[in-house]
Design a protein around this ligand. Structure first.
Ligand code: GLN
Length: 519
């Protein structure tokens, strides 16, 4: 059998062409003429196919629903599949096209991380606490993609309240990595990364508080972008740590990320941290040359703790950027060793405050027969939140308490400033910082679950970016010794998403890692 690294686009999983596809009992549609490889196409290709009438949005949507039906039972990437509404949205998109009102994304299926509120659809945030919650409104990101005419296939699995690096803290069970069912897909956007890697959706939304777009993208061999803090509205995105959370994209390529980000980004008066700054057309500069691009490699990121196979793949990718005209300098991020404690104090403190709203009174889980108000709070929260969420609320509450605020929270905020300054200094010597996304390739399911600190250490290269508010990407650059994907992390200055996408696109035009398929 050929290794994953050798697999190309030629091995296509068969689709159930011509037979009824029922994702929910009682729903069937007959598919007679959809091309078997639709699920393999990029957004640009899908958009072209829809524009030339090669297939309709309804056919395309049915093809992806069939993929979900075929592979989701094994992968567990979706928490909710909205087959009927997807087909209705697709029919509306076809109509819009017939009236000459289609944009580049009209009629293209996608899926949302289950952290984004979707009107009339269950929005669980991976938690038992919100298992019974149907959102009464759309998040801004959801509304924007609806307006663009996209079709929502469903809601994607994730770590509970986005707390985790392996997707194992989900109330709905772990997601499996499509490259190796014994491996985690990464987290917290594990469902988003697995769904795109297995081509259950051409593209997905995701969020990144400390690495949750970049790390699962790396573990699943797909491309992810976490924009500058404030670039994408957080309205309707369930809060974990508000000063760090940012919505973004997981897709098959940098070009696809650019297309989706065009539709997602922009000012929103309903999010006071969303910045009022024009959104450039991220697809416009994609073809530009990268000759003269200065790449900075942080010395602190290539030492102890980084596995050899990841280091090798990352260095090989940097070598390829050099062949494309980039130059390389070594840089320093002197406060790098403090990023894990700094991040976890701040993230848990903000989480303890944000999650106070889940009290059993207004929405979400309420315990049976509470004997008084306190009993209702205690049992509703005790039953509704999983172990990792409870741990974080406890630690965060402790760090914010009057006696310890100065010693922990205030000190962490000071260190956060130093970490952000490190990046500003480094970015005077280079245009893009490159390095690993995670210390190793995807680890085995269950291997870290008894040891939270080991899990937190997984985030060592991704967290600093969020503390600084900078944009970052992960692109696939090879496979490790265990045939699991390796990602390259790319970081640029504030609002430089266009530069990241251009550099990533240039690399992808000259490599084929992003075209490898897991199944
Ligand atoms: N793994 C990190 C955490 O658990 C980051 C999660 C995220 O980015 N949502 O906090």
């Amino acid at each position: 059998m050929r290794s994953h690294a050798e697999r190309g686009n030629d091995e296509l999983a068969p689709l159930p062409v011509g037979r009824g596809v029922g994702v929910r009992a009682g729903f069937t549609t007959t598919l007679s003429i959809f091309p078997t490889i639709m699920h393999n196409k990029t957004l640009t290709e899908l958009s072209a196919g829809l524009a030339t009438g090669q297939y309709s949005s309804r056919e395309l949507t049915a093809a992806f629903l069939a993929r979900i039906q075929q592979h989701n039972p094994q992968l567990n990437a979706f928490i909710t599949v909205t087959a009927e509404t997807a087909l209705a949205q697709a029919a509306a998109a076809d109509q819009r096209r017939a009236q000459g009102q289609a944009g580049p994304l009209t009629g293209i299926p996608m899926a949302h991380k289950d952290i984004f509120c979707t009107q009339g659809v269950k929005t669980s945030c991976g938690s038992k606490m919100l298992d019974n919650f149907t959102a009464p409104y759309d998040a801004t990101v959801v509304a924007k993609l609806n307006d663009a005419g996209m079709v929502m296939l469903g809601k994607l699995n994730m770590d509970e309240f986005a707390m985790g690096s392996s997707n194992e803290s989900s109330h709905y069970g772990p997601v499996k990595n499509p490259w190796d069912l014994n491996a985690v897909p990464g987290g917290s956007s594990g469902g988003s990364a697995a769904a795109v890697a297995a081509r259950l959706a051409p593209v997905a939304t995701a969020t990144d508080t400390g690495g949750s777009i970049r790390q699962p993208a790396a573990f699943c061999g797909v491309t992810g972008i976490k924009p500058t803090y404030g670039r994408v509205s957080r309205y309707g995105m369930i809060a974990y740590a508000s000063s760090l959370d940012q919505g973004g994209v997981i897709a098959q390529s940098a070009e696809d990320c650019a297309l989706l980000l065009n539709a997602m980004a922009g000012f929103d008066p309903r999010d006071s941290t969303c910045v009022d700054q024009p959104v450039p057309d991220y697809t416009a500069g994609l073809g530009d040359d990268i000759a003269g691009l200065r790449i900075g490699l942080p010395r602190q990121w290539f030492g102890e703790g980084l596995s050899n196979d990841v280091a090798q793949a990352v260095r090989a990718a940097v070598g390829q950027f050099e062949q494309l005209g980039a130059t390389v300098v070594d840089i320093d991020l002197p406060h790098a060793p403090y990023c894990i404690p700094c991040y976890y104090v701040i993230a848990m403190s903000e989480a303890s405050s944000n999650l106070a709203r889940f009290d059993g009174a207004r929405y979400g889980h309420r315990c049976e027969n509470p004997k008084d108000l306190l009993d209702m709070y205690m049992r509703s929260r005790g039953e509704g939140f999983g172990a990792e969420v409870q741990r974080r609320i406890l630690i965060g509450t402790y760090a914010l308490s009057a006696g310890y605020y100065d010693a922990y929270y205030l000190k962490a905020q000071k260190i956060r400033r130093l970490i952000a300054q490190d990046f500003q200094q480094a970015l005077q010597q280079c245009d893009v910082i490159m390095g690993p996304v995670a210390p190793s390739t995807a680890f085995d399911l269950g291997s870290h679950s008894g040891d939270p600190v080991q899990m937190y250490l997984e985030d060592i290269y991704t967290l600093p970016l969020n503390l600084a508010g900078l944009p970052g990407m992960s692109i696939p650059v090879g496979f490790g010794d265990n045939q699991r994907p390796v990602g390259l992390q790319m970081i640029a200055g504030y609002w430089q998403e266009g530069l990241l996408l251009k550099a990533a696109h240039r690399y992808q035009q000259n490599s084929d890692w992003h075209t490898k398929r897991a199944c």
